[in-house]
Ligand binder design. Structure first.
Ligand SMILES: C[S@@+](CC[C@H](N)C(=O)[O-])C[C@H]1O[C@@H](n2cnc3c(N)ncnc32)[C@H](O)[C@@H]1O
Length: 532
């Protein structure tokens, strides 16, 4: 999301690979669509009958969302109504709750503003307020209901305030450096090499410094037969989970201050976790994921959303891809934790060769790629602990956090004002006509529409999106024949092919293989058949 959030993006991603039979079950008589598997693109929406231009083909309500930090006072937290000039009248924190539960710790202050002695060992009361607003009392009530009642809503606000407090605290502490540092207990003295900084390794020809000070040519220690692709996502997921246990236990990356777009994503994750818990109350957590997907599509027709809570625990392929890409580098780390550094890392098929120490994680190149996500998790975890009545918030774990993070990273919809798709049907006729510029619209946040995850992208889409309040409606912008695939666009489509494809790669991590790109490209396009 950090890079992708200013782009109109689709929700996406399902982590389990359902069979085609299951996908066919997603047919719903309420919309003229079914979801099928298509070679090269994973799943997609298909027309189940001839569709006229302008017909509604699908509708979705959001599961979670985050309002941009810049427009919090101007955008209704519930219905996304945007008022650029005056903002909205009802402030989330003015309605009763602040004095009761929002202060992180309602400590008595003495007359000079200091705290009493008894209070000194306790956390400071919050100086921050959550800036979110509502356009009406109805929206405010709807938000409370969605969270499962006043107490849970107040706790959620306390969490957001806790995040502000942590950000403020860290801004002052980390203003000089936004990089993760090795804290004393995990510092260089804990390194197997006795404090020598280890050379970052870049690949088979890199060197690293061992305990003995001896430089090892890493390529000597690579198993020539090893192929990271031989490891399944589950195998990698197990190892990733181990590493994250170390990260969480030792509070690694807590020095890292996420930037504003990462904070927005972190707020969205907080929102999703709290809403999921509220929505899941009383549900059978053993319900298979595919049944949840079916239910999600059907409930979408009734403008309801249900929470695919247990789906968060499946390892996401984009998370394992990150590891797979740098797996050779990881194996080049200090070869053992017991000091037998000259023993080459052996590659076990199921478990990777070593569980890195905190210092090794901090210093490894792969570890630094975790900085953003682990730093954001650490921020949320601290805020979670700070929040009054945090037991009302449900459970925060790195598995849940990672589940949402990797699932939604590139798969949210931008919330724009005005709320229409940039591309209108008439503009499709003449692709040379100037696009309504994204600059003419305001990006006020982003949201997750889990039932709309199956729309694939085309640079000549036959479906346009229109947001009505929080509901996203998908309508055909041309006539579509039964059996044809329905495509939306994931952003502006008026750029030249190379720019369009670069943007999709950078923001959504795939090579566009739409018909228009193929027709306009001289290069061979590789397609992807997997799924997030
Ligand atoms: C929002 S998801 C769409 C649903 C997805 N096909 C699935 O099965 O989960 C976006 C993903 O679909 C695939 N995709 C969508 N449009 C594509 C296109 N034009 N060319 C290639 N792959 C595409 C990419 O893998 C992309 O990451």
């Amino acid at each position: 999301m950090p890079t992708a959030q200013k782009v109109v993006a689709p929700a996406a991603s399902c982590e389990s690979q359902p069979t085609d039979t299951t996908l066919e079950q997603l047919d719903t008589s309420l919309f003229p669509v079914s979801i099928r598997h298509v070679a090269g693109r994973g799943r997609g929406f298909f027309a189940t009958r001839d569709i006229q231009a302008g017909e509604t083909v699908f509708r979705a309500v959001p599961l979670a969302w985050a309002i941009s930090e810049d427009w919090m006072k101007n955008t209704c937290w519930w219905c996304f109504a945007y008022n650029s000039r005056r903002g909205h009248p009802i402030k989330a924190m003015d309605i009763g709750a602040r004095s009761k539960t929002l202060a992180i710790d309602n400590l008595p202050a003495n007359k000079k503003g200091g705290r009493t002695a008894a209070a000194c060992s306790r956390p400071r009361p919050s100086l921050n307020r959550y800036k979110g607003v509502f356009c009406s009392l109805e929206c405010h009530q709807a938000a409370i209901a969605a969270h499962g009642g006043q107490e849970k809503w107040d706790s959620y606000l306390a969490l957001l305030v806790g995040m502000e407090d942590e950000i403020q605290l860290h801004s002052s502490q980390v203003s000089r450096s936004n990089k993760a540092r090795v804290t004393p207990e995990h510092s260089s003295s804990a390194l197997p090499d006795g404090g020598q900084p280890r050379t970052a390794t870049n690949g088979p020809d890199s060197t690293l410094l061992c305990e003995s000070g001896e430089k090892i040519v890493a390529s000597n220690y690579l198993d020539a037969d090893f192929d990271p692709d031989d490891l399944t996502d589950d195998q990698l997921g197990e190892w990733i989970s181990d590493v994250w246990n170390t990260i969480a236990e030792h509070g690694l990356f807590s020095d890292y201050l996420p930037d504003s777009s990462e904070r927005e994503l972190t707020r969205l994750i907080a929102n999703q976790l709290c809403l999921c818990d509220a929505l899941s109350t009383g549900r059978d957590s053993d319900t298979p994921a595919t049944d949840w997907q079916t239910e999600m599509v059907i409930s979408s027709a009734a403008d309801r959303v249900i929470a695919p809570l247990e789906a968060l625990f499946h390892v996401k392929s984009n998370e394992t891809e990150v590891l797979r890409a740098s797996i050779c580098q990881i194996q080049l780390g200090p070869t053992s934790l017991d000091g037998s550094a000259s023993t080459p890392a052996t590659i076990a098929p199921i478990r990777l060769p070593w569980r890195p120490s905190p210092a090794q994680i901090l210093q490894s190149k792969w570890g630094s790629s975790l900085q953003t996500v682990a730093g954001s998790y650490s921020l949320l975890e601290r805020a979670w602990k700070r929040a009054a009545k945090s037991n009302q918030l449900g459970v925060l774990s790195h598995a849940r956090f990672r589940g949402v993070y990797y699932r939604e990273k590139a798969n949210s919809f931008g919330i724009w004002d005005p709320p229409t798709d940039v591309l209108q049907p008439t503009e499709l006729v003449d692709r040379n006509s100037s696009d309504i510029s994204y600059d003419e619209r305001e990006w006020v946040g982003f949201s997750i529409y889990p039932t709309a995850v199956y729309f694939n992208h085309s640079c000549a889409p036959n479906v346009s999106k229109m947001r009505h309040g929080r509901t996203m409606t998908f309508a055909s912008n041309q006539s579509v024949q039964s059996g044809e695939e329905l495509f939306i666009s994931y952003g502006s489509i008026t750029d030249p092919v190379s720019e369009r494809r670069d943007r999709l790669r950078d923001h959504f991590f795939f090579e566009c293989a739409c018909e228009r790109c193929i027709a306009e490209s001289s290069v061979q396009i590789c397609t992807f058949d997997g799924q997030f």
